[in-house]
Design a binder for this molecule. Structure first.
Ligand code: ZN
Length: 198
């Protein structure tokens, strides 16, 4: 016997496919949504679709943005000769929040992970190499200190070395396996200032 209506079951199934949402949270959310006023549900649904339709990769740094070129890349006051390489847009936001980094970024959208079948060609690496053909003085690798992040950092440094561009890695004051976005600003800045040349 089905416990809930078919529609509720379908909703729970969709929600439980989201990261960090287990069966229990999914059913709690499903019932919450069902009890919400219809106008609110419609607004939520529209917001999701609109975000999906309008958010795109920045043509320069590949962060997610509403514009063709993100506000950071479009800012002429930023130092466009220093590129910080990050795993995702959330990590970029963490560094941006410190307000102390003046260079630009490059977002890989992931890290090398043979375990789940993510290889170098799944990341925005070709795009990074292309940017290095311009006037670039330093590439700061700020991938996470997880196994995947370290593997990615080593791979990138080997890739860039032959181009002669200076490659640095943020200091490992960052806790192992720690997601950059959860680390406080002081630790982030210390990691940036203590970066070492690879
Ligand atoms: Zn950009």
């Amino acid at each position: 016997m089905e416990l809930y209506s078919g529609y509720i079951n379908k909703l729970i199934e969709e929600l439980s496919g989201l990261p960090g949402i287990g069966e229990k949270s999914a059913s709690r959310l499903a019932f919450h949504l069902i009890h919400m006023p219809k106008a609110k549900v419609e607004r939520l649904a529209r917001t999701i679709v609109e975000a999906k339709e309008h958010v795109q990769y920045c043509r320069e740094c590949y962060t997610l943005t509403d514009q063709e070129i993100c506000l950071i890349c479009a800012n002429e006051k930023r130092d466009h000769t220093t590129i910080m390489v990050l795993e995702n847009t959330r990590d970029l936001a963490a560094y941006e929040k410190t307000g102390k980094y003046e260079g630009v970024y490059h977002v890989l959208h992931g890290a090398i992970s043979p375990m789940i079948g993510i290889g170098p060609s799944d990341l925005k690496l070709k795009e990074l190499l292309q940017r290095l053909q311009g006037d670039i003085k330093e590439v700061i690798i700020a991938t996470n200190s997880s196994l995947e992040g370290e593997t990615t950092a080593m791979y990138i440094s080997k890739l860039i070395k032959p181009t002669g561009v200076k490659v640095t890695r943020i200091a490992s004051g960052v806790p192992v396996g720690g997601d950059l976005e959860y680390i406080d600003e002081v630790t982030l800045l210390r990691a940036l200032e203590g970066r070492i040349e690879l």
